[in-house]
Design a protein around this ligand. Structure first.
Ligand code: HEM
Length: 477
């Protein structure tokens, strides 16, 4: 546990015993955020592991997260270059880029051009239309509905329309975009030897998963090529309207603009599309499903949220975004679901850009850093009854999910924190508020609350493992 640096001996943080060669890889288990949460109870909120040959720091308390991100944010703002992320993101996705000039410029363009309040607002009609379609399909089904499927297809359609200008009814070689994206998500959560044993790069080439990765890359690339070509053609025919630009229109406009500090390539445009699809669809859908599941398990919270919405809406046909700020209890419900079920429980891996000392421990340069958002939000020193779903706790608390309060970090923190929060939340809240306003929800006949399985699925986004099937009965307005 001792490292030599500049002559002085400094300790790395404590951690479990390593095995030869694999280090602590065997400690990760099926759901790494769970295994790491258990381990950190023994070894503390600053824990050091070796995953394969990669030194890895795990941060598991609000206090440690604060110490690190208040005082050393730039040092902890690197991202490791992982195999699937690098390939599928063209080495150009903002989320996976190393800390540096390219990341800074692209993130700035993304925030000012794609995720600005004005732009988000301009897509309200798209969100509303898709929610209406969802409400209609639910109303038409007399059987229980697969809400997991419905919400995922809704977020896919919204993101598709905003990014590409059309709904998800297309793809390549008979695969729809959502099918291809499902494979992308699996690849990003998959195990690639080279990510843990960089020296065995040559061996990785023989792994079956490499073929799957290449296949998914080629399909997605064909798709992006097609999309870019359609947009270029549209521009040349002069049919692009500035008012209704989609993400690809905007990026092509920035690409043509000689005053931009960096010249954007087509691959970089594709990288940003990967960012938006990967970061923006599953996470939002997972938040909706965890919230509905918790409400089914907590009938009092369900009743209170529905009563509030009905009282505020006073018989309006549906909830619109202007109504959301008045739904205080409802907003606390969503916050509480994000606390207990952060859709990216280990955020997106970070990497230290240089060596640094935290609370007397030496953290070497190029250490991989996992921030356990799930442990942090269940830290008993910050939260009373941390395992219980209690939306009331937020009613008179300033704690929010925006990255300013270290007690919960579902969108991450600091300069690498999620830039899509204000894009995601209006959609998540609009969908949920309308589901609650328009329908009475219950488990399919014969099932009780104890039958609702809350287990988590494996993957980079923490979905509920079993789909949520619910019976919806329309309320008469
Ligand atoms: C409920 C929905 C969402 C959740 C819970 C979520 C969560 C996160 C988290 C935890 C991170 C890592 C932050 C860190 O390392 O500190 C992240 C990064 C990111 N998210 Fe989101 N996100 C959501 C929606 C979106 C949407 C809709 C977009 C874009 C349209 C988006 C774009 C990004 C990007 C580009 C990054 C990488 C930022 C960087 O590395 O500089 N996210 N998100």
């Amino acid at each position: 546990k001792h490292m030599r640096k500049g002559g002085a001996e400094k300790k790395v943080p404590p951690g479990p015993t390593k095995l030869p060669f694999i280090g602590n890889l065997h400690n990760l288990g099926k759901l790494p955020h769970r295994s790491l949460q258990r381990l950190s109870r023994h070894h503390g909120p600053l824990m050091f592991l070796q995953l394969g040959s990669i030194p890895t720091l795990v941060v598991s308390s609000a206090e440690m997260a604060k110490e690190i991100f208040k005082n050393h944010d730039p040092v902890f703002s690197g991202r490791p270059q992982l195999r699937a992320a690098n390939r599928l993101g063209y080495g150009s996705a903002v989320s996976f880029s190393p800390y540096g000039e390219y990341w800074r410029e692209m993130r700035r363009i993304m925030i000012s051009e794609l995720l600005s309040p004005r732009r988000v607002q301009s897509f309200e009609a798209v969100r509303l239309e898709e929610v209406k379609l969802l409400l209609r399909s639910i109303a038409l089904s007399s059987h229980p509905v697969d809400l997991s499927e419905f919400t995922l297809s809704l977020t896919n359609n919204v993101v598709c329309r905003i990014a590409l200008g059309k709904r998800d009814r297309f793809g390549v070689e008979n695969n729809t975009l959502s099918e291809m994206l499902k494979e992308t998500q699996e690849m990003l959560g998959g195990f690639f030897l080279v990510d843990f044993f960089p020296r065995l790069r040559w061996l990785g080439k023989f792994c079956a998963i490499e073929n799957r990765l290449e296949r998914n890359f080629r399909e997605m690339d064909k798709f992006y090529e097609q999309v870019i070509k359609e947009h270029v053609d549209k521009h040349e025919r002069d049919e692009a309207e500035h008012e209704h630009e989609d993400v690809v229109d905007v990026l092509l406009r920035v690409q043509r603009d000689p005053n931009q500090p960096i010249a954007i390539t087509d691959d970089q445009i594709k990288g940003v599309l990967v960012d938006i699809f990967v970061a923006g669809t599953d996470t939002a859908a997972a938040t909706m499903i965890w919230t509905m599941s918790e409400l089914i398990r907590n009938p009092n919270a369900m009743k209170r949220a529905q009563e509030e919405i009905r009282q505020v809406l006073k018989g309006k046909e549906m909830v619109e975004e202007v109504d959301l700020p008045r739904l205080l209890y409802f907003k606390s419900v969503v916050k509480e679901a994000l606390r207990l079920h952060p859709p990216a429980p280990l955020l997106v891996p970070r990497e230290t850009t240089e060596a640094c000392t935290i609370q007397g421990f030496e953290i070497p340069a190029k250490t991989r850093v996992l921030v356990n958002a799930k442990s942090i939000a269940m830290d008993p020193t910050c939260w009373e009854n941390p395992n219980e779903f209690l939306p009331e706790r937020f009613l008179d608390s300033p704690i929010d999910f925006r990255g300013q309060h270290f007690e919960m970090l579902p969108f991450g923190v600091g300069r690498r924190g999620c830039p899509g929060m204000n894009f995601a939340m209006p959609l998540v809240e609009l969908v949920l508020a309308n589901l609650l306003y328009r329908f009475h929800w219950e488990l399919p006949l014969g099932l009780g609350i104890q039958d609702l399985n809350m287990e988590e699925a494996i993957g980079i986004t923490m979905h509920k493992r079993d789909h949520l099937w619910l019976k919806a009965t329309p309320f008469l307005q």
